[in-house]
Structure formats: C-alpha cells, structure tokens
Design a protein around this ligand. Structure first.
Ligand code: 1GP
Length: 243
C-alpha cells in the first residue's frame, strides 16, 4: 500500500489496466501489458469473474511482469485462484452485497492460504453502483442508484471506519454508464483513503471526468479488449492521469 501511496504522490491520479487471465494466453496478456505500460499505465490489475485458476493466474502474472515490468495486483473474482507471484492482493469486501459470503466468507476462506503465500494484502471496501453488471449479479449486490450519492458516501465511510485502506466505486465491467462524477466527488470529499473508480470508462472524456471528480486510481478493462489502436489507449490513460 505504501508503494501505491508513493506512486500517487509522484504521479497524481494513477491508471491501472485490468487484464482477465481467462481471456487470452499469458504471452498475449504480456503483450497487452507492455502496450499499456507504453500508454502510461502504472500497474496491472489481474482478475475476472469466472474461469480464473491458480494456473492461468500464475502463468499470466509471470508473463505480464516479464513483458512489462509493471506491478501486478490481484483483483479477485473468487477466493480460489491465488498465486505467490502476485505483487499484492486487493483484499476486498463487497460491502453492499446481500450475501455474507462476499462480505467476509470468501475472505475467511482465502486468508490462511494468502498468509502461507506471503503476498501483501490491501484491505478494500468494494461498492457496487448501478448497473453493476456481472460482478453485481454474481456478488448479489444491492447496487447503489445514481441518485443515491449519500448511500455511496455511507458505505465508503463505513469501509474506512472498518480499516479499509482503499475504496472502489464499481459500475461493473462493460457498464453503459460509469459511476456519475457527482457520486465520485461526494465520496472523495468524505474519506481520507484513496478512491478507485472503474466500470464503463472507455473514452478520454469519461476518464477525465472521473479524475476531475477526485478518483485517485482509474481502472479500464473492456477498452483493452476492444481497442487495437494504441493512440486511443494512450489518450484514455493520459486523460485518466491528467497529463
Ligand atoms: C471492472 O471496473 C472494472 O471491474 C473495469 O470495467 O471493463 O468497463 O473497463 P470496464
């Protein structure tokens, strides 16, 4: 976590590229990560809702680190895929899930395994905002509506008071609309820990809006899968970072 804070001090808002190890070979993931490094990304988040195994996670993590030199942080979709090759794990609780399994059950399952692996954990409150997409569905979230910024603030504050070192506002991968900037700024002005924003950010305008509203870290996933044009990737990362 201190390394992330140091990066934020030097760079301001950070951009992280989300890569799903189930969607391409490790070699291809390494190539994508190298392109994202060249576009200005600060780190890779690795994870996906389904199909992630110890094997594809480990092979993809190693390939990304070798090809790009970027730190690789697990964004877990299940407690069952873990690897000692990871630089850190977002040890997250889906705080607005209706199912205790996603609030604390999966974490209790994974904790002894992670302890043995010796990988750094970063505690994070994970808040699902509408539409929530697949992750909201799988996690049985009660997504926060766009007109309920005070609810997002309440969950973010509760996360911080529980000791979480990061808060993530998530609209869901492939969302048609990202988290509204008004909600980002309401949450940002209420908490002291860094704020991550992701889901549905595919344009420089959307990335800039999230940064201007106060996001400390901006995540893009779908864009990397869909876009072959490096100049577009570069423009979105630059807008996320404000450079
Ligand atoms: C998903 O927030 C991330 O967890 C990324 O979303 O795929 O829409 O960029 P996108």
């Amino acid at each position: 976590m201190q390394k992330l804070r140091d990066m934020m001090t030097v760079e301001g808002t950070l951009h992280m590229a989300l890569i799903d190890p189930d969607k391409q070979s490790p070699e291809e993931a390494g190539r994508i990560a190298a392109r994202m490094r060249d576009a200005g990304s600060n780190a890779v988040l690795i994870g996906g809702s389904t199909g992630v195994t110890n094997e594809n996670l480990t092979a993809t993590t190693v390939a990304i680190k070798e090809a790009s030199g970027l730190p690789v942080i697990l964004f877990p979709g299940s407690p069952k895929a873990l690897s000692k090759e990871l630089d850190a794990i977002l040890f997250m609780s889906m705080v607005n899930s209706s199912d205790p399994a996603w609030i604390i059950g999966a974490q209790a399952y994974a904790a002894p395994i992670i302890k043995d692996l010796g990988v750094e954990t970063i505690p994070m409150g994970y808040i699902i905002v509408e539409p929530g997409m697949k992750v909201g569905e799988v996690g049985k979230a009660v997504p926060i509506r766009h007109n309920e910024p005070e609810k997002a603030v309440a969950y973010a504050l509760a996360s911080e008071m529980l000791g979480m070192q990061l808060v993530y506002l998530e609209a869901g991968s492939g969302a048609d609309r990202p988290v509204p900037p008004e909600m980002v700024s309401a949450v940002k002005s209420s908490i002291d820990v860094p704020l991550i924003v992701g889901g549905g950010i595919r344009t420089p305008e959307a990335a800039a809006a999230a940064r201007e509203a106060g996001a400390d870290i901006i995540i893009t996933g779908t864009l990397l899968e869909q876009c072959q044009d490096d100049s577009v990737l570069k423009a979105v990362v630059a807008a996320a970072k404000g450079v």
